[in-house]
Design a protein around this ligand. Structure first.
Ligand code: S5P
Length: 258
């Protein structure tokens, strides 16, 4: 089954080339950590990426919260991603009709399609949203992948029941989809990746609806990649926090295999 198959074997079952690459990176660097660098200063993100780089598989940003966004920032981030071998995810959570998302993906100030290896997408608009994103990749030659936001971590999320089922089948029908953002073991396909946010060393919540589970419990609930944000960004000793999450996640993955 998906949860007991190792990443290297699963890399051979992935249909999307970037899904394959994520599995290979996790296997090689022995990390399943996706760092949510939710900071508003470009320099702060670059500084964090510089120390986290060797220990993460993916660096996730919200580009529209950065006060001083520039193409120089993108260049710096890209060069760190090559130096340390991690992928860049822009957590846009696209959610509009196909025509609109095709523009949001490739145009405007950010031109996300040009630099983000991975993006997140709400399936709420139906399969046309994926067609729109594919259209947005017209001029892009690099491999790209999307995660469908199939089940959210926050309290009272509306992502339940048949919404989840339909999101899973949208994922099965598109080669662009590398996996699902979800909280539980919802799918069997070992070539797809479960990305799980809401991760902290202790079970907890914030004041705005976020709900946290421990590294071990999210991995047992199927997480392949685990998203950690404030658990790291708000730690006084960031490098120790990064390594602590990385190690706990990796040993939970190893235990899951046996
Ligand atoms: O359901 C979700 C989906 C996502 S992508 N819940 C989430 O929290 N996220 C993102 O994960 C969220 O936007 C943030 O960037 C990160 C969690 O950050 P933390 O500080 O709560 O760990």
């Amino acid at each position: 089954t998906r949860l007991t198959t190792d990443f290297l074997s699963r890399s051979k079952l992935a249909k999307n080339p970037l899904a394959k690459k994520i599995f290979e990176i996790m296997n090689e660097k022995e990390t399943t950590l996706c760092l949510a660098a939710d900071l508003t200063s470009a320099d702060e993100i670059i500084k964090l990426a510089e120390i986290a780089g060797p220990h993460i598989a993916v660096l996730k940003i919200h580009v529209n919260i950065i006060d001083d966004f520039s193409q120089i920032f993108i260049k710096q981030l890209k060069s760190l991603s090559l130096k340390y071998k991690f992928l860049i995810m822009e957590d846009s959570k696209f959610g509009d009709i196909g025509n609109t998302v095709s523009h949001q993906y490739s145009k405007g100030v950010y031109k996300i399609a040009e630099w983000a290896d991975l993006i997140t997408v709400h399936p709420v608009a139906g399969p046309g949203i994926i067609d729109g994103l594919v259209a947005g990749l017209n001029d892009i030659s690099e491999e790209r992948g999307i995660f469908l936001v199939t089940e959210m971590s926050s309290k009272g999320a509306l992502t339940t029941g048949s919404y989840i089922e339909q999101s899973l089948s949208m994922g099965d029908n598109s080669k662009l989809v590398v996996g699902h953002v979800c909280q539980s073991d919802l799918f069997k396909n070992p070539g797809m990746i479960q990305l799980t946010p809401g991760v902290k060393l202790s079970k907890d919540s914030d004041d705005l609806g976020q709900q946290y589970n421990t590294p071990e419990s999210v991995v047992n609930c199927g997480a392949d990649l685990a998203v950690v944000g404030r658990g790291i960004t708000q730690a006084t000793d960031k490098i120790s926090a990064i390594i602590k999450y990385k190690d706990q996640l990796w040993s939970a993955y190893k235990n899951r295999l046996s």
